[in-house]
Write a protein that binds this ligand. Structure first.
Ligand SMILES: Cc1ncc(C[n+]2csc(CCOP(=O)(O)OP(=O)(O)O)c2C)c(N)n1
Length: 632
């Protein structure tokens, strides 16, 4: 039974609560998060760390008039719970349920739909400037993690914020982690602030004195503040024109409320450095925050000394994920060729580079959440004689488009891209689906864009990629490799497709994992007397012109299947080809996702909803054939 939380329907309901009640509330919110994430998984660790911080923010501010801007937004569960979404919280990340990220269509308390890192500072200063231009008075607060602060966009915003000087508050939520340990000189710098021995000694002396003489608390805090300014005079933020406060304990609600009240109304940009513990309150998430950053389903075993004990439900599966296949392939090329180097933008585990980083630490580069930089850096590594492989999720590469064009392709650089999560990602939703990469990569001059159906094919593609002068992209989804076609090395050249089965009535052209769908569709068509051939095109660019021309002499009905939006993708490439060769008597039926932002839900359900499963595809083709017969 929730004593306090059940009465919180909006942030206004927090205002009359005592500090003790707020503390009870934080425990109840934590419990709701742990219970709600358990069946379907979610961003557990980051959210457990921001419970008290969010309560303190909503206690002080008047949301939605005052605006809280979340970076990435993966830590905003408490915000959702306190802003009228408590009752729907059990539907988190499920189809038609609430999103795992802030979403402008979900609540007036969410000012941006987010999911990508390092945007909050730019968004907050934009709102602050809009407010000042309009003569309004609301307060603007950005909540940005130490990981997200490593992104170039955040640095660009800081540069601008100090210059513009509008009143806004940046809460730096420092848990010393991105998904993995935060990397880079900014993290080192933040760590120095936290661990500065002189400052910490004085701080603990002051805390000790306050405990003995509570009446001098205010005075003692002032001394602490002044001392901090003396011993840390060159704070980077101050130099950039942003007033620095902290570090303070992000789980001490009372102190946070007092501090936020003080700094939020200063007529200048301020940064409050808040220290939080990722995974707080769940034993396993505190111990392994990286594994519980985006956790799978788990069971709750109980509570020991006030800390939850959970047990992941991840069953041992025999099938292999594309990510694991990439990890294997990468080790093989690295073992063979010492010029191969690997780059990640703060995601060594998610992208499958962890094993590589252990085996070849000197050839592994985690550049922070900095996809644009990763590509430019890779371009230069290539100019310096190395063979960089950038493992980046498809959706996050979007922000590196100019780097691809200008800093890789234009330099004739040999940059291999391994794009995980290319396609539907499921519960993370619109911000995370990797549905645009074929389109934007195809426009890069001299680029190659391909997708493997299994590990053997991925190995060949990677081998081709590391030798290719230009941008060479290998895309694969967040999925299991559901069918292994061969374990032997496949020799094929760039742009060479493969015939899987012949058939004269229709040619089903597939790419990567959609090969399996294509084969199933062909079987369903055969039951209706339609004899369709299945072709594994492997490459969206360049297309196998020879194979397509041969097929054109046999059939006039082509089908393309891709896990991508219809605009500019693989199907578009085939249509362009048919137009170029003047195949105006051919029908090309493109099966792809519509060019909209696809919401969250399970992969399976989303495929069904958008007519991308074998049943829907075959039904549509059969319909076409029936129509055709009628018209003859
Ligand atoms: C552009 C971009 N690249 C990568 C990611 C994947 N990602 C999600 S959260 C995260 C770490 C963020 O670290 P931090 O801001 O410190 O937040 P924490 O999870 O530690 O609270 C990363 C790398 C992303 N969301 N956006």
């Amino acid at each position: 039974m929730q004593k306090v939380l059940s009465k919180i329907n909006s942030p206004n309901d927090l205002k009359p609560l005592s500090v003790e009640e707020l503390s009870v509330l934080s425990e109840e919110v934590r419990q709701l998060i742990v219970e709600s994430v358990s069946p379907c998984g979610g961003h557990l660790a980051a959210n457990l760390g921001t419970v008290e911080l969010t309560i303190a923010l909503h206690y002080v501010l008047n949301s939605p008039a005052d605006k809280i801007v979340w970076d990435v937004g993966h830590q905003a569960y408490t915000h959702k719970i306190l802003t009228g979404r408590r009752d729907r919280f059990g539907t988190l990340r499920q189809e038609n349920g609430i999103s795992g990220f802030p979403n402008i269509h979900e609540s007036p308390h969410d000012h941006f739909t987010v999911g990508h890192a390092s945007t909050s500072l730019s968004q907050a200063v934009g709102l602050a400037v809009a407010r000042d231009l309009a003569g309004d008075k609301y307060r603007v607060v950005a909540v940005c993690g130490d990981g997200s602060l490593t992104g170039g966009l955040a640095f660009e915003a800081l540069n601008n914020i100090g210059h513009m000087h509008n009143n806004m508050l940046i809460i730096l939520n420092d848990n010393e982690m991105a998904i993995s340990k935060s990397i880079g000189s900014m993290s080192k710098y933040l760590n120095q602030i936290i661990t500065n021995p002189a400052y910490n000694r004085v701080r603990s002396d002051i805390e000790h004195t306050i405990r003995r003489f509570p009446r001098i608390k205010r005075f003692a805090k002032k001394i602490e503040e002044s001392f901090k300014n003396i011993i840390c005079p060159g704070l980077v933020f101050e130099e950039l024109g942003v007033r620095y406060f902290g570090p303070i304990d992000g789980h001490d609600i009372e102190n946070m409320i007092e501090t936020i009240k003080n700094v939020v109304n200063l007529e200048q940009p301020c940064l409050l450095h808040v220290l939080t513990k990722k995974g707080k309150g769940v034993h396993q998430a505190e111990d392994e925050p990286a594994s519980y950053h985006s956790s799978g389903p788990y069971t709750i075993e109980g509570k020991k000394n006030g800390i939850y004990i959970v047990n992941p439900k991840d069953k041992q599966r025999n099938e292999i994920q594309y990510t694991k296949a990439f990890s294997n392939c990468m080790l093989r090329v690295a073992d063979r060729d010492d010029k191969v180097v690997a780059i990640t933008a703060a995601m060594p585990d998610g992208t499958g580079l962890a094993e590589f980083s252990e085996k070849y630490p000197h050839r592994f580069f985690d550049v922070g959440i900095a996809e644009g930089h990763a590509i430019t850096f890779a371009g230069a590594l290539s100019r310096g004689g190395y063979k960089p492989v950038c493992a980046i999720y498809s959706t996050f590469l979007q922000r590196a488009y100019d780097n691809l064009l200008h800093d890789a392709a234009l330099q004739d650089a040999n940059v291999t891209l391994c794009l995980d999560r290319a396609g539907i990602v499921g519960p993370d939703g619109a911000t995370h689906h990797g549905l645009f990469d074929i389109a934007y990569l195809r426009t890069v001059p001299n680029s190659v864009v391909c997708a493997p159906k299994d590990e053997a094919e991925m190995q060949r593609m990677l081998d081709l990629g590391i030798e290719y002068k230009g941008v060479f992209a290998i895309r694969y989804p967040k999925d299991l490799i559901s069918m292994t076609f061969t374990n032997t090395y496949a020799y094929f050249g760039i742009g060479e497709g493969e015939v899987l089965c012949e058939g004269d009535d229709a040619a089903i052209l597939s790419l990567g994992n959609t090969v399996v769908t294509a084969l199933k569709v062909a079987s369903l068509l055969r039951l209706e007397g339609i004899n369709a051939g299945v072709y594994n095109m492997r490459f969206a660019k360049p297309l196998d012109a020879q194979l397509l021309s041969q097929l054109r002499s046999k059939t006039h009905y082509f089908v393309t299947i891709e896990e991508h939006v219809e605009t500019g993708g693989f199907g578009s490439a085939v249509l362009e080809f048919m137009s170029k060769i003047g195949a105006f008597d051919c029908t090309v039926k493109v099966f792809a996702f519509p060019n909209t932002f696809i919401q969250h839900g399970s992969r399976e359900k989303l495929f069904e909803r958008y007519g991308m499963d074998e049943g829907s595809i075959s039904k549509e083709i059969i319909g076409d054939f029936k129509k055709c017969k009628r018209s003859v």
